[in-house]
Design a binder for this molecule. Structure first.
Ligand code: NDP
Length: 271
């Protein structure tokens, strides 16, 4: 496994295992993406609500890396649900990014009542070839079951919060069984658990930082992992995770940190 390693989605499209998250990267977004591309990332995760699709697009145009070599994800925001509204939102994201095709478009959150209609719009843009893969985010098993019973296309991805402190075992196992790839968002716990003593012990043992250990843990669990940083040094640090491995006892020690932590939001009670 190296920084160019990919996973093949259920529709044959390949996606790099490591992606740069840009939530709250703000005015630094363009520079963060340029830095990431320079150190070898080939995957960027943005969303309409992050208000930085333009910055991502600028970086794609300024970088020497070819557009087709970078996997770009964006997401449908909660206010844009419904068939026509979702189609309009897609056009707006395409325009903001300044790209012809989006690699992955996700439903950001399982908005009740409207999400099935939005999914039909997503199936349409997929059929039209304007997006290479469609998926969901923050979907729990009951949301996925509902979608399965009412749609044609199986989501390629479910993007959810995952780190050792909140592993979402049930939904992750469900997705695996159904061929839906899982992306780990907030893999660094938004920096809230980087000083955990057990994590620190593992980091010392492998001579790496806690952030690197968390990213490696996610990779070794076959997840696609999306650490965010807007700092040039930390962007490189978070990519330097392919020249060491966690052994079985270290993985087990980290697996033992489960505490049901959600640092972003918890979709389990969303109807
Ligand atoms: P992360 O878990 O990736 O943590 C980011 C925080 O950690 C920032 O404060 C960052 O600061 C800091 N950090 C980054 N690298 C290091 C390091 N090596 N050492 C110490 N601190 C570090 O949080 P996010 O919530 O941003 O999640 C990552 C991405 O996942 C998002 O950017 C977004 O793309 C996606 N996401 C999706 C959601 C969804 O609902 N679909 C919800 C939340 C996130 P600094 O920038 O200064 O380095």
């Amino acid at each position: 496994m190296d920084i160019t390693s990919t996973l093949t989605l259920n529709n044959g499209v390949t996606i790099p295992r490591l992606g740069l998250g840009v939530f709250r990267s703000g005015a630094s977004t363009k520079d963060a993406v340029l830095r990431a591309l320079e150190v070898g990332y080939r995957h960027v995760d943005t969303a309409h609500i992050y208000r930085n699709e333009e910055g991502v697009g600028q970086a794609l145009r300024e970088s020497e890396v070819a557009r087709e070599d970078v996997f770009v994800t964006t997401k449908l925001w909660n206010d844009d649900h419904g068939y026509d509204a979702a189609l309009r939102a897609f056009d707006a994201s395409v325009a903001a990014l300044g790209v012809e095709t989006i690699d992955l478009w996700l439903i950001h959150w399982p908005v009740p009542e409207k999400r099935l209609e939005s999914w039909r719009a997503m199936e349409r843009v997929l059929k039209e070839g304007r997006v290479r893969a469609i998926g969901v985010s923050n979907f729990m098993v009951h949301h996925l079951e509902e979608l399965r019973a009412n749609s044609e296309v199986v989501p390629a991805i479910n993007q959810i919060e995952i780190h050792p402190f909140g592993q979402q075992a049930k939904v992750t196992a469900w997705c695996k069984e159904k061929g839906i790839a899982v992306q780990a968002y907030s893999p660094l716990t938004k920096a809230k658990r980087l000083d955990d003593p057990a994590l620190g012990r593992v980091a010392n043992a492998v001579g790496r930082t806690p952030a690197q250990v968390l990213i490696r843990w996610a990779l070794q669990h076959d997840l696609i992992v999306l650490p965010k940083s807007a700092d040039p040094g930390r962007i490189a640090e978070n990519a330097a995770v392919f020249d060491f491995a966690l052994d079985v006892p270290q993985m087990e020690e980290l697996d033992g940190l489960e505490e049901g932590l959600h640092t972003a939001w918890d979709p389990t009670t969303e109807p």
